[in-house]
Design a protein around this ligand. Sequence first.
Ligand code: SF4
Ligand code: SF4
Length: 305
Amino acid sequence: MINLLWLKGGACGGNTMSFLSADQPNIIELVQDFGLRIIYHPTIGLEIGEQVKEILNNCLKGRIDLDLFVFEGSVVQGPDGSGTMNIFADRPMKEWVQLLAPKARYVMAIGDCAAWGGIVAVPPNPTESTGLQHHKRQKGGFLGSAFRSRAGWPVINIPGCPAHPDWITQIIIAIATDRIKEVELDQWGRPRTFFTTFVQNGCTNAHAFAKGIKGGFGKRGGCLYFEAGCRGTMTHSSCNRILWNRTSSKTRANHPCLGCTEPGFPHHDLKKGSIFKTMKYLGLVPKELPYGQSKMSFFLKALMR
Ligand code: SF4
Ligand code: SF4
């Protein structure tokens, strides 16, 4: 049996929705077949008020052995570092995070906001939000680069806006079945098994990308990189290998990938006209090239098509 505590900071709740939609296994199966004990979850927990505080304090005092601390949403530090913009169970949520994280065998940041601040940390960042162990592309975040959980692990980042339910449940299962040592993390704390290949792997438009055939938002038969700002060539994620709802993905539905599993997300600071549009120099040359390609090799390939 493993004890899981889930808390939410500056969050829309999308990752909880994703988790609740898990189906292979679903949450009931996680509980019944994998021995998951959800000691508290803000959406599905029945406890309120003092009962929640008691659970949290029992974790702090070691009366509950905290195996997995899951955090969803940003760590809100505003105003002026006080964290009082996000009070939970009578204290700033950031204090609960600071106290509970070292008590947990493993800490998981679910979604971009928990991993590196996400949309809520976009400048001017009025809530002073940050991620658990990263702030955008900077290492450190709220807990600091040196943080390690009781089992000696850094924060396990499961990014995404939201994270795919399988990415969440498979890591929970790895912990529950004591196979987590087989999981390798990349430089951003992401499990390599989900975040080594690119969104483009398995995209049904990949042939159009290779031939330079331009596609449009929602239109079949072309690639969205050239005009619609698709980041599938530079985003590490398994969205076209582990399909959403076992059915599809953004790019299979001809919606550009927004690059939501990368620490820079949201890219371009959400400036007007920067979304769903390929940014170009002089309106001609894409500013961001497919991962690992130099400008020269990209244009030579384009000329040879
Ligand atoms: S639509 Fe996006 S993911 Fe698909 S081939 Fe084009 S750039 Fe790659
Ligand atoms: S396709 Fe891109 S934006 Fe969509 S979920 Fe996957 S990584 Fe995120």
